[in-house]
Unconditional design. Structure first.
Length: 301
């Protein structure tokens, strides 16, 4: 399915998502992204030397997530092998919930069987090109027609950015800015809003920016970590966040971006993994060790 010398993505998926993965493989092939998945291996032999070899030699792992599949033995083995090999993971949520061990990684949503958008495709292609630039670029001559739409999208995005990659209006003197919060119905975001973020000043070495939200309780802010902000300068990058379906519609949320120093990173990752909040001290605007680096955006679920 792939040029043996070209960088490729290994697709980790449950059998229940087989039909979607076949369409996804064809979609990615049309957009110049080589992939490999075990369509020719009998179910009883999935975890064989060929699987281990493909994970070891791939440039990244595309994880198609489906409800409850993270508990299946083959899925866990493949994820463990990918992490042990230091492979970059690209989570894609088809249905159900994001796997617990992948909550700290920005996921792309494919509910209803949709394909990833242009910005995701461009990001994956750039990742593959960094692994082996010459091989992947040779394939472009036959992909010009298929990638024309992506080129237009990238050009429009470039027009929106300033010469240094930041939005033309800047971030009002702050390192980052929340540009917009999507709505599902007038005045309400729903449980899966998209938060559009610009970064005008990159974090310090070993620091990270995180998108968080909070609600107020008895004069204190109760914070939840939602997504790690991708490194570098950016303009209008979307981050889809997920609120627990049990969260009452009409609940108020305020979104912002915080700077996370190395000493607080483990705490943030635990917040994501366990879906646990941190409460700021009364009168404080952020939990200990975290610094707010953006404006605040108020929204109603």
């Amino acid at each position: 399915m792939t040029d043996p010398q070209a960088p490729f993505l290994f697709i980790c998926y449950p059998r229940s998502a087989g039909d979607y993965v076949a369409e996804l493989w064809a979609f990615l092939a049309r957009h110049g992204i080589p992939t490999w998945y075990d369509m020719d291996i009998p179910t009883g032999e999935r975890w064989a030397s060929v699987i281990e070899g493909k994970i070891a030699s791939c440039a990244g792992v595309l994880v198609v997530m489906s409800d409850g599949a993270d508990q299946r033995r083959f899925i866990r083995q493949e994820l463990d092998a990918a992490r042990d090999g230091g492979k970059r993971l690209f989570p894609l949520l088809l249905d159900g919930k994001i796997y617990a061990e992948l909550k700290s990684i920005q996921a792309t949503f494919a509910e209803g069987g949709t394909m990833p958008g242009p910005s995701w495709v461009l990001e994956v292609r750039r990742h593959l090109e960094r692994q082996h630039p010459s091989r992947l670029r040779r394939r472009r001559w036959w992909l010009l027609g298929a990638t024309a739409a992506l080129s237009v999208a990238a050009a429009l995005f470039a027009l929106y950015r300033g010469p240094d990659g930041t939005p033309p209006g800047g971030c009002e003197g702050r390192p980052a800015r929340i540009e917009a919060v999507s709505t599902e119905t007038p005045g309400h975001t729903g449980h899966r809003p998209t938060i559009t973020v610009s970064v005008c000043r990159a974090p310090q070495a070993d620091h990270e920016y995180w998108l968080m939200d909070y609600w107020e309780e008895q004069g204190s802010r109760v914070y939840f970590a939602k997504a790690r902000i991708a490194g570098g300068l950016s303009a209008g990058r979307p981050y889809q966040v997920v609120h627990d379906e049990r969260t009452e519609k009409g609940s108020a949320r305020t979104y912002l971006i915080v700077d996370v120093p190395p000493r607080a990173r483990e705490t943030i990752e635990k917040m994501v993994q366990d879906d646990e909040p941190r409460i700021a001290q009364p009168g404080a605007t952020a939990p200990e060790s975290l610094t707010i680096v953006s404006n605040e955006a108020f929204a109603i679920l």
